[in-house]
Design a binder for this molecule. Structure first.
Ligand code: ATP
Length: 324
């Protein structure tokens, strides 16, 4: 269980104007700029949840993750993760967590990946049996067998990310923090990583907290989405709840070979391109089945697809609504 209560975090930076002269001046000045990265945030995460923590650039996602990992100490507020205060009991606490920062590496640059894994084994005091089992299982699942003897510096970003994920799980952590895990992954690797996250969550009950700008990650993985903007939690709920909040309208895409239909009440055109039409349907005015029956009377339908609004559109509208 993760409990965060009223956390506030500010960064202080020496105030300076652009230019060399001002940079030297700033060395002798005490003036500081303050950035409030987190402003009184509170939430709870239960064991076994997969949570997507989303928000625009600079919203405060990484700062939250760093506090939850014990890397940063907040200015105010409390945080208890599995009975630990992360920044106080860091040494024992890190045995419970695995962390992947898309932008930073936990692997040693110049040595083969497998040697980095061995070092992590020693650092976390992982017994040999668990280590062997995890290395073989995780490497197979993430297709690392051919690259484990290569040094990290010679790997592509996507290959390295897959190694980072394995490295973060060797000690069987209860909680996995993934900060932008999709950065640099190709389509096949993205799918492999998503499947893998779902699998460790289902099989081992690992709690997963994920920050991402990739909406497909959210659609594929998460039970719960938390939106942060300007250092404050703005929304917290299931993807469906959030989509409904933005719009409970359905989207109907059709391909037709007849005349372009005149729409009835409850339906509107979103896009019309030759024989392909995108229609919005308001279920409060007309049911989806009535809408489809109406369209099939009006024209010759070749193809039809009904969907909710996409996660991408939902997020874009939420960012606009909250002006973040
Ligand atoms: N070390 C730092 N020193 C000063 N300001 C910082 C520092 N780290 C973050 N900030 C500021 O704190 C705010 C929150 O940053 P944070 O990295 O938590 O955002 P984020 O939501 O993770 O953004 P992104 O999606 O771009 O990674 C931003 O305004 C950022 O400029």
């Amino acid at each position: 269980m993760i409990e965060v209560e009223h956390i506030t975090k500010e960064y202080k930076m020496a105030k300076r104007e652009a230019g060399f002269h001002n940079a030297v001046k700033a060395l002798f000045s005490r003036k500081q700029d303050t950035v409030r990265a987190l402003n009184d945030i509170s939430f709870k995460i239960d064991d076994g949840e997969i949570l997507a923590y989303i928000g625009p650039n600079g919203a405060g996602k990484s700062t939250t993750i760093k506090i939850l990992c014990g890397i940063l100490t907040p200015d105010k507020g409390n945080c208890i993760v599995d009975g630990y205060v992360p920044w106080k009991d860091r040494k024992s606490y890190v045995k419970n967590i695995g962390v992947v920062f898309g932008q930073r590496s936990q692997l040693w640059w110049d040595i083969p990946i497998i040697d980095s894994f061995e070092l992590i084994k020693d650092m976390y005091d992982i017994d040999s049996r668990t280590y062997k089992q995890n290395v073989s299982e995780l490497c197979q699942l993430l297709d690392l067998e051919k690259i484990v003897k290569t040094p990290a510096r010679n790997l592509s970003l996507g290959q390295r990310m897959r190694c980072e994920i394995v490295a973060s799980l060797l000690h069987n952590p209860k909680i996995l923090f993934l900060d932008e895990p999709s950065i640099g992954l190709d389509a096949v690797s993205k799918l492999a990583v998503r499947d893998f996250i779902k699998r460790i969550n289902a099989e081992k009950g690992t709690t997963v907290i994920l920050t991402t700008h990739d909406m497909q990650d959210i659609e594929a993985l998460t039970h719960r989405v938390m939106l942060i903007g300007k250092g404050q939690i703005l929304l917290d709920g299931s993807l469906e709840e959030l989509k409904k909040r933005v719009s409970d309208k359905k989207e109907i895409r059709i391909k037709h070979s007849g005349k372009t239909p005149t729409l009835c009440e409850g339906m509107n055109y979103l896009e019309q391109k030759d024989d392909k039409l995108k229609i919005s349907l308001d279920p409060k005015m007309i049911s989806v089945s009535e809408g489809i029956a109406y369209l099939s009377r009006e024209t010759e339908l070749i193809d039809l697809e009904v969907s909710d609004i996409s996660a991408e559109e939902m997020v874009a509208r939420l960012y606009k609504e909250y002006q973040i």
